[in-house]
Design a protein around this ligand. Structure first.
Ligand code: ZN
Length: 161
């Protein structure tokens, strides 16, 4: 069996940033399971894994446009200080959740604190980053009809509901 459309795939991975630092890893943890072809992982990585078999290893480099996108200046938003609860101790680099008009939480980072406003960065934390993954395929199975309908996998390493 190979990594392809509608397969549930388990991978061991380590993610390196361009400065060589480790951003994330499954080492010492459960493998990452994803449903191939449903946007569960970044497109550049998914594409590179196509056709691999259990036990295969690969180093995959992914450009920002095939990962979390380029850094977008327009995703910097100025928010009045009064929008934050009074006891919030704002610090640059701090992660917060902002609420949009539809009451959805959007993760954001405090980019710059000004006199009366705060510049919030709504880019994905890995936007603009070129990513390097060390990958090993540890499991491949057929996805169930229910998993295909939900667009994610269930059971070990997946959703429980
Ligand atoms: Zn589900």
């Amino acid at each position: 069996m190979i990594v392809d459309e509608n397969k549930a795939v388990g991978i061991d991975y380590t993610l390196y940033l361009s400065d060589g630092s480790v951003a994330d890893s499954s080492e010492g943890d459960e493998p990452l399971y994803f449903l191939y072809g449903h946007g569960n992982i970044v497109p550049g990585l998914e594409k590179a894994l196509t056709g691999m078999k259990v036990g295969d290893e690969k180093v995959v480099e992914v450009e920002p446009e095939d990962a979390y996108g380029e850094f977008d200046e327009e995703a910097l938003q100025e928010v009045p200080l009064t929008a934050f609860p009074e006891d919030t101790e704002l610090e640059e680099g701090m992660q917060l959740a902002l609420m949009d008009e539809d009451d959805n939480y959007i993760p954001a980072v405090v980019h710059e604190i000004l006199e009366k406003t705060v510049i919030m960065d709504l880019n994905h934390p890995l936007a603009g980053e070129k990513l390097k993954f060390n990958i090993k395929i540890v499991d491949i199975r057929e996805a169930t009809a229910e998993e295909l309908e939900h667009g994610h996998i269930h059971g070990a390493g997946g959703h429980n509901h």
